[in-house]
Design a protein around this ligand. Sequence first.
Ligand SMILES: [Mg+2]
Length: 459
Amino acid sequence: MPVEKNQGDPVTGGTLNGTGSFEMKALRIGSDTLLAQIIDMVNKASRSKAPIQNMADRVAKFFVPIVVPISILSFAVWAIWGPEPSFVFAFANAVTVLIIACPCALGLATPMSIMVGTGKGATAGVLIKEAKVLEEMEKVNVVVIDKTGTITEGKPSLKSVKSFHSSISEDKILMLAASLESSSEHPLAEAIVRAAKTKNLSLSEVTNFESITGHGITGMIDSKKVFIGNAKLLKDQGVTPDESILKETEGRQSVSETVIFIVAQLQLLGYISVADPIKANSKTAIHELQQQGLKVIMLTGDNKNTAKGVADALGLDGYEAEYLPVDKLNKVKELQQGNKIVAMAGDGINDAPALAQANVGIAMGTGTDAAIQSAGITLVKGDLQGIIKARKLSHAVISNIKQNLFFAFVYNVIGIPLAAGVLYPFFGIFLSPMLAALAMSLSSVSVIVNSLRLRTVKI
Ligand SMILES: [Mg+2]
C-alpha cells in the first residue's frame, strides 16, 4: 500500500512519489544512497553466480579426447597391417574418422533449440534474456515470490462500501468519499475516485476542503460538513462505533484491507475499504507450481498482517514480512546453500539483488527497469502464469536438446568405427571420406529440423 508522507518524513531514493511534488533534502549522496547499495548488491550477486555448464559442453569434454586417439590408432593400425600403399590407406582412414566425428551437429544442438525455444517463449509473452536459464528452469524446486506488484496488482482498489443508515445508499457513501478525495492527494484517494467513476456517480462540489494530517480530510458538501478518515478521526469527532461495527472493520483490517470511515454531523454514516487485490491468475499459477512439487515462498517488505492475509488466501508454503532488499538476497542465498535451485519472481528495485542471485530471476514486465535488468526472464504481462509457461518451455527445450544430441551422435557412433576400418578385415570395405562428409552434414540437418519442431510445442 502506498505510504502517506508528511512534512519532515524521510524519503528513500528509487521509490515512487504518487502525486504532487515536494522539496527534499539529500542527506546522503553517491555510494551512500540506498539505491547505490542495491546496485552494488546486484553486481556482486551476478558476479558470484555459478555459471551453468550446458549439456553439450559436458558431452564435448569426453567426445574430443576419445575421437582423436581413435583417429591416431586407426592410422597406426593400418600403416602397419593395411593394404598397399599402406601409408595412404592409413592416412585416408584417419582423416575419415576426423571428418565424420566433426562436432558440427554437437555445436548446433544447444543453440538451435534455445534459439527456437526463445522465439517460442517471446510469442507467449515470456522474454528470455539469458538463454541458459532455459536449461536451469526445469530443475527449479523453490519459487520465491515478491508480494506487491508481483502476486498482487500493486495498486489499491475499492473492496467494499458499507452504509449504516437505511436512508443513505452505498452509492451515496461512495459519492461523498469520492467527492472529498477528488481534491485530496492521499495515496488511497485515486482508488476511491476511480471506483466512483466506474459506477458513473456524479461527484458533488466540495468547499472549505481541509486535510487533517494523519487522520483524514474534511469539507463542506451540500452545506454539511463531512469527514472521512481513520479511527483517529472517529476519536477526534467523538464518535464511538458499536461493538458489531468495530468487529466488522477489524475483520476487514485483519485481511489487509484499509478501512476509511465517513462521518457527518457527529454520526458515523458508513465506511469504505480499500485493498491491493491479488492478480487474477496468481492463485491458479501458484497452485499449479505446488502441484508440480515446488515450494512457493513469499518475501515482502510489507507488514506482517498484510503478508499473512495474502499467504493464507493463496495457501503458500511460507512467507516472510518486513524484508529489506538485503534480506531477500540473503534468503535466496540461504536456500541455495541448502542445495535448492531457486527461481525468484519480483517487480521492484528492492527485488533486484535477489533476482540477480537466484538461479532463475523472473521479472514482471510491468515492474521497474532495475528488476528487468537483473532477471534472466521477463514476463511481459506480469502474469505469474508465465512461470508455468517458462517451465513447460524449459522442459520442451531440454528434451529437444537431448534429442539433438542423439542425432549429433548416432551418426558418429555408427560412422566412426566404419571410418576407422572395422569392416575391412571381414568384408574388405571401408568408408569413403565423401560418404563421411555426407553423414556429417546429415547429422547437422537432423539437428536443425528437430529444433524447428519446438515451434509447434504447446506452452
Ligand atoms: Mg514488488
